[in-house]
Write a new protein. Structure first.
Length: 216
């Protein structure tokens, strides 16, 4: 970081993009957003670098939420305070909130929600942040989103109950959480698959039992 700051003081272009042959294609602001030391990010903001400028579909805010398991709350807060768009999406249609739900700490998701991130935004596969949380079995984040108004059947998207039923672990906690929040046990996706189909396909006996007990 010290060397980067010295180069900026010496006249290096903060807007310069990576050369095509470079392996890491993140822009300088995106790289600065994932560093533990925020001095470079703050200096780029002082120099009026556009915090919403995407490079290969990646903005600094998307990088801060995607490229760190803990979500980089300090960087996220700094970017949001300086105009970063919480509704921007990457090339796969994922918003910062889609990435933030992988973290066990809801702090970043809370920051994004307070900045008017769309709770039911859909990625290119029709999955909402709530569905992503269920896919990775992050029930703490799923509960956080549900309590703040996320829908189990987002308009135009796949029913989230299917994601909870097909998660990697045979853990009925997610299905039970969604059913408690009024998810329809017989909801189907565009291919007419139900949560019971997904659980059976994944070999999840405990989840199948929970769904049958709920009326599937």
């Amino acid at each position: 970081v010290d060397r980067a700051l010295q180069l900026l003081d010496a006249g290096a272009d903060p807007q310069a993009m990576p050369l095509p042959e470079w392996r890491d294609q993140r822009s300088l602001p995106a790289l600065a957003a994932v560093l533990p030391d925020l001095r470079l990010l703050r200096e780029l903001i002082v120099r009026r670098v556009d915090v919403n400028q995407p490079h290969r579909g990646m903005t600094p805010l998307l990088a801060a939420t995607r490229d760190s398991w803990h979500g980089r709350p300090d960087a996220v807060m700094t970017l949001l305070a300086n105009g970063a768009d919480p509704r921007a999406s990457d090339n796969d249609g994922n918003t910062p909130l889609h990435h933030a739900v992988r973290s066990s700490d809801p702090g970043v998701a809370a920051l994004l929600r307070d900045a008017a991130a769309e709770l039911d935004a859909l990625n290119n596969e029709g999955h909402s942040p709530l569905a992503m949380a269920c896919q990775v079995g992050n029930w703490r984040l799923a509960k956080f989103l549900l309590e703040r108004g996320a829908h189990s059947e987002p308009e135009g998207g796949a029913p989230v109950l299917l994601a909870a039923a097909g998660t990697e672990e045979d853990d009925p906690a997610g299905v039970q959480l969604l059913l408690k929040h009024k998810a329809r046990v017989d909801a189907r996706d565009r291919q007419r698959r139900s949560a019971l189909h997904e659980a059976a396909l994944a070999g999840h006996g405990d989840i199948v039992e929970a769904l049958l007990a709920a009326g599937a």
